[in-house]
Design a protein around this ligand. Structure first.
Ligand code: NAP
Length: 510
C-alpha cells in the first residue's frame, strides 16, 4: 500500500467495521442503537455469519447452550434444541440482520488488504482487494481468531493423490459413502463430525495425537410448550439463560485454581468408563494432562463412534503420507480414499499476514514481535482509533464468546461516547497502561490450567505464552469493560495550528 494522498473516490464513513460474523454484526447493531448510523461494514465473503457460514461440516453445532450463544438483545424463543446446530445458528444470524435492517450497511465480497493510519488527516486509510479506498475515523476489526485453517506440514502430503480437505472447508461434493476415510485431529470439530461420518464411510481411521477430556452435553430438543412459554414469558427464557451462564462461569474458577479440577476429571473418567468398555481403547482415550488445559469436548456420541467396529483410533504418530494413505511410525500404512484435517486453526499471531500500519509507521507485526497483546483485548498502543473485537486474551475461558463480544461492543460504544464528550478526535491506549495490564494478566494466567495443566493447546503460542485466555470469569471481564477509564488513554485533539493537544481529563504518558 502506498502513502499517496486519498483518491477522490475514497468513502469517508465515521466508523468502518471489518467482518460480518457475530462480532461485526453486533457492532453494527450497537452503533445503530447508540444513534450512530455513519458506518460501513466490509465482508470478504458473499454472506453473513463468519465462522457459522464457513464451518458446514456434518454435525457442526455449538457447544454453548443456544440461550447463551445468541445476542442478549435479539432473543430467539424458537430454538429447536438446547444446543443449536450450525444451520439453525446461521438462520438466526441472517434473521437478526434482516430484522435490524443491517444488510444495507454491509459491502459483501469486499476484502480488506491493508490499513494505514494517516496522522495528519487523523483517519485510517483502508484499501480493498478491488482497489477501493475508505477513510474512516474509527476502525473496528471483527475478523475473529479462528478463521485461518491450520494445514499441517506433514511429510509427503503433496504425494497423496487422493482427496484432502480441512473441516472448515468441507468438500460436500465428496461422497464418503463406502470410502476409507482418515481423520487427523480429535478436537472440538473432529469430535462433532466423526460420529456423523462413522457408519457412512466404509472405514474411518482417527489419528489422535493427544487424548481430549470429554464431558456429556446436556443437549435435547426443546419441547413445544417450552418454546411457547419463552415467547409468552421472556423471563422464563431469561432463567434458562441465567442457568447456562453459571454453568459456563463456575468451571472457570476451577481453571484458575486447578486443585478444584478433580470433580470435573472424575465426571469425565466416569463417562469414559461407561461409554468405552474396551480397556485398551479406554487407555488410549485417557488424557495425561489436567482437564480444562485444552478445551473440553462436550459430546455424547464421540466415544460410542470410536467404539464402532468400522472405526479405529490410531495413536501411533504420523510418519508420512504415501500416495494412497498415511504411514505411522510403527510402520503401518493406513490406506485412505479421503483425508479430513480436523487440525484446527492458526492462532499463533492473529494478524500475521495483515497489513496494519499505525502511528509513526509502526506495523502490527513490529508491535507484536513478542506476541499479540492488547488492553482488555480491544485496543493496542500505537494504533489510534482502532478497536479489536475478540482481540488477544479476551476469550478462551468457558463463558460464551457472545457474552464477551457483547461486553466489548458496549466498551467500544462507551469509548466513542467518551471521545465525543471530551471532544477528542484521537484515542490511543497508553503504552505503559497496556504493558502493566498485560504483566498483571500474564501473572494471573501463569497458575491457570491453560498454562500449567501439562498440555499445549491453541491458547498458547509457540513460546508457551497464553494469547487467548482472559484470566477470570466472564463476570470479571464484563465488570472491567463497563466504563472505559480515560486515564488509560491518550485522548488528543488536533488544534487549528495542526498540533496535537491532550484533551483535559486524559492523562499524559508517564
Ligand atoms: P483444535 O481443538 O485445535 O483441535 C485440533 C486437533 O488437531 C487436535 O486434536 C490436535 O492434536 C490435532 N492436530 C493439529 N495439528 C496436528 C498435526 N500436525 N498432526 C496431528 N494432529 C494434529 O481444533 P478444532 O477442533 O477445529 O477446534 C478449535 C476451536 O474451535 C475449539 O477449541 C473451539 O473453541 C472452536 N470450536 C467450537 C465449536 C463449538 O461447538 N462451539 C465447535 C468446533 C470448534 P493435539 O491435541 O495433539 O494438539
Amino acid at each position: 500500500m502506498s502513502s499517496e494522498p486519498a483518491k477522490e473516490a475514497a468513502e469517508t464513513p465515521d466508523v468502518l467495521i471489518v467482518g460480518a460474523g457475530f462480532a461485526g454484526l453486533g457492532m453494527a447493531m450497537k452503533l445503530l442503537d447508540a444513534g450512530h448510523s455513519d458506518f460501513v461494514l466490509l465482508e470478504k465473503a458473499d454472506g453473513v455469519g463468519g465462522t457459522w457460514r464457513e464451518n458446514t461440516y456434518p454435525g457442526c453445532a455449538c457447544d454453548v447452550a443456544s440461550v447463551m450463544y445468541s445476542y442478549s438483545f435479539a432473543r430467539n424463543p424458537g430454538w429447536s434444541r438446547m444446543y443449536a446446530t450450525q444451520p439453525e445458528i446461521l438462520d438466526y444470524v441472517k434473521r437478526v440482520v434482516k430484522d435490524r435492517g443491517i444488510e444495507s450497511y454491509i459491502r459483501f465480497d469486499t476484502e480488506v488488504t491493508g490499513y494505514e493510519f494517516d496522522e495528519d488527516g487523523n483517519r485510517w486509510s483502508v484499501r480493498t482487494r478491488a482497489g477501493q479506498e475508505f477513510r474512516p475515523r474509527i476502525v473496528v476489526l471483527a475478523h475473529g481468531a479462528l478463521h485461518r485453517p491450520n494445514i499441517p506440514d506433514l511429510p509427503g502430503m503433496g504425494r497423496f493423490k487422493r482427496t484432502v480437505f480441512h473441516s472448515a472447508q468441507w468438500d460436500h461434493s465428496v461422497d464418503l459413502k463406502g470410502k476409507r476415510v482418515a481423520v487427523i485431529g480429535t478436537g472440538s470439530s473432529a469430535a462433532q463430525f466423526i460420529p456423523e461420518i462413522a457408519g457412512v464411510a466404509a472405514h474411518v481411521d482417527v489419528f489422535q495425537r493427544n487424548a481430549h477430556w470429554v464431558l456429556p452435553k446436556a443437549d435435547r430438543p426443546l419441547k413445544d410448550f417450552e418454546r411457547k412459554l419463552f415467547k409468552a414469558l421472556p423471563a422464563v427464557q431469561q432463567l434458562y439463560r441465567l442457568a447456562a451462564y453459571w454453568t459456563h462461569e463456575l468451571p472457570v474458577l476451577a481453571f484458575l485454581h486447578p486443585k478444584l479440577l478433580k470433580v470435573l476429571e472424575l465426571a469425565s473418567l466416569r463417562m469414559l468408563a461407561k461409554q468405552v468398555p474396551d480397556p485398551e481403547l479406554r487407555a488410549k482415550l485417557t488424557p495425561d494432562y489436567k482437564i480444562g488445559c485444552k478445551r473440553i469436548l462436550l459430546t455424547n456420541d464421540y466415544y460410542p463412534a470410536l467404539g464402532r467396529p468400522d472405526v479405529d483410533l490410531v495413536t501411533s504418530a504420523i510418519e508420512e503420507f504415501t500416495p494412497t494413505g498415511v504411514r505411522t511410525v510403527d510402520g503401518q500404512v493406513h490406506e485412505a480414499d479421503v483425508v479430513i484435517l480436523g487440525t484446527g486453526f492458526s492462532t499463533d499471531n492473529r494478524c500475521a499476514t495483515e497489513h496494519i500500519v499505525g502511528r509513526d509507521g509502526i506495523t502490527i507485526q513490529e508491535a507484536w514481535q513478542d506476541g499479540p497483546t492488547a488492553h482488555l483485548g480491544t485496543t493496542v498502543s500505537g494504533f489510534p482509533n482502532m478497536f479489536m473485537l475478540m482481540g488477544p486474551n479476551s476469550g478462551g475461558g468457558a463463558q460464551s464468546i457472545l457474552f464477551v463480544i457483547e461486553a466489548q461492543l458496549h466498551y467500544v460504544v462507551e469509548c466513542l461516547r467518551m471521545m465525543r464528550k471530551r471532544r477528542a478526535d484521537r484515542l490511543e491506549v497508553r503504552e505503559d497502561v497496556e504493558r502493566a495490564f498485560n504483566a498483571r494478566l500474564h501473572a494471573k494466567l501463569a497458575g491457570s490450567v491453560w498454562n500449567s495443566g501439562g498440555c499445549h493447546s491453541w491458547f498458547l503460542d509457540h513460546t508457551g505464552q497464553n494469547r487467548q485466555s482472559w484470566p477470570g470469569t466472564g463476570t470479571s471481564y464484563w465488570r472491567a469493560t463497563r466504563r472505559p477509564n480515560p486515564n488509560a488513554f491518550l485522548l488528543t485533539r488536533r488544534g487549528a495550528d495542526r498540533r496535537l493537544r491532550v484533551v483535559p481529563g486524559s492523562s499524559q504518558p508517564r
